[in-house]
Design a binder for this molecule. Structure first.
Ligand code: SF4
Ligand code: SF4
Length: 176
């Protein structure tokens, strides 16, 4: 037996290698957080709970067409109104539903929307429910109020005036 082979057989080198790794991680910054007391802030472009703005929505249905699994349902009717004595028509939204439990958060609906009336960059992900069929099916009022959803600290619901994380000009929104 060579000298090195003899030394390797009496000194537990493998054990020392393992302990070196343990020692390195013992003093390193911890990666785990004590959730729910502590939360990691998601990245700016993290896709979470939907924001929806009834005010911004022009009922173009681009989001409905863009969704690859057909979970956005829109219904509307035409309404007449007058401007300076001239009759005009506008579309009024009756139904805007998203079956969030089936969503794969691909963001295609938000990318298709010309007015940023629907967005997923809300940093909000706490929407767990015991019963998902009703709780995770959102109509336009629920989408605005975020019923059953806990907004990420500092994030406003659409009903409170929350906006996409990046505004129309690509600037960061102050309140988020
Ligand atoms: S994010 Fe969800 S709702 Fe939007 S297009 Fe993708 S699957 Fe459809
Ligand atoms: S694409 Fe935007 S503006 Fe058009 S219907 Fe959908 S949410 Fe409304």
């Amino acid at each position: 037996m060579s000298l090195w082979g003899f030394l390797a057989s009496v000194i537990p080198l493998d054990l020392l290698t393992g302990l070196k790794t343990t020692g390195k991680h013992l003093f390193a910054r911890k990666a785990t957080v004590q959730y729910p007391e502590q939360r990691l802030e998601p990245a700016d472009r993290f896709r979470g709970m939907f924001g929806y703005s009834l005010e911004r929505c022009n009922v173009c249905r681009a989001c409905e067409k863009a969704c690859p699994i057909g979970i956005i349902h829109i219904e509307s009717h035409w309404e007449e109104y007058e401007v300076e004595g001239k009759k005009r028509k506008r579309q009024v939204i009756d139904r805007y539903d998203i079956d969030v439990k089936r969503c794969m958060f691909c963001n295609l609906c938000a990318e298709a929307c010309p007015t940023e009336a629907v967005w997923l960059t809300t940093k909000t992900y706490e929407a767990a429910a015991y019963e998902r069929n009703h709780a995770l099916y959102f109509d336009k009022e629920k989408l605005m109020r975020w019923d059953g959803v806990k907004p990420f600290p500092g994030v406003k619901t659409p009903a409170e005036g929350g906006l996409p994380y990046f505004s129309l000009g690509g600037e960061k929104e102050e309140e988020q």
